[in-house]
Design a protein around this ligand. Sequence first.
Ligand code: GDD
Ligand code: MG
Length: 330
Amino acid sequence: MKALILAGGFGTRLRPLTYTRPKHLLPIANRPHIEHVFDLLMGHGVTDVVLLTSYLAETFDAIVERGVKRGMTIAVTHEAEPLGTAGALKNAEALVSDGTFLAFNGDILTDVDLGALADRHAATGAEATILLTPVDDPSAYGVVPTDEDGRVLGFIEKPPLGEAPTNLINAGVYVLEPSILERIPKGEVWSAERRLFPGLVEEGAGLYATGTDAYWMDIGTPRKYLQANLDALSGAYRTDAAAALVPKEVLAAKDAFVADDAMVSSACIGPGARVEAGAVLERAVLLAGARTARGAEVRDSILGEGATVEAGARVADQAIADHEVVRPSS
Ligand code: GDD
Ligand code: MG
């Protein structure tokens, strides 16, 4: 089965980190997020991928090369202007052959059983099957009520707070029949969540959904991106990249420096990053070359590439831009 991965959004909620890279390249446990998606696919024998890019498309080149080296076939489409989640799929139509295919929001971290999802799709004979996951606050997602058999009764993208009919939301993983592409206009901006799926419901087409209790996270905001890293450290999300942590819950790249008397807990420390003597690092992600100087304190935060938190400065609940210097407030 082929997998189409949506990776062309601007990642606005993750600015400033996404001024210089798409969110899909931000590290989870020191590996670009999209490679975790590749791991999931490869783990299910899905080696054939189409990456649907737009914003900063060229930054995916190195990852594509690495994927090919590990035995994947990766085609890349490029939208000069983002075509929306359905428009992007339509744009890849020539690369979708006859068979059932997978489509993925590229900013999802999950270890869901794709085989079970595909089986469910086959069993109902659906034209499209949406994976659902439970969340506490559905208002930030696509809310998907179904009947007892899993037939989708509605698709409500980002309903007002408190108005969602269920807490089961669109997990951004779909199994689709190629015929679905005929329902999307060519070359137009078209949203899967606001046009395609609601249209299918209205028509009474074969749109089904099925739930999962597997690990699932959308990494699209600083808080959730950080949480995804913490989940990799704690083992809530299982990944080889963080499998053998000593001491537990601190993952430092080989050439990172962590001073012996730095107080570090629950942190992913990227290549060339430095945590100097007496620094405090709690629930943090340091991208490559980021630096926490002597006695600096960083909590619940992400430091961009080459960013510095100077001696005596404190950072809490923040995403610091690449190369920014944070000085102590006087
Ligand atoms: N190629 C391409 N073109 N990709 C796009 C485009 C586009 O025009 N627009 C968005 N994407 C990609 C994003 O880069 C991301 O990987 C994915 O599609 C989803 O877009 P988001 O912007 O992250 O959407 P969201 O998180 O607000 O909502 C979506 O995901 C939720 C689950 O996390 C929706 O699908 C919701 O219904 C869903 O619940
Ligand atoms: Mg998202």
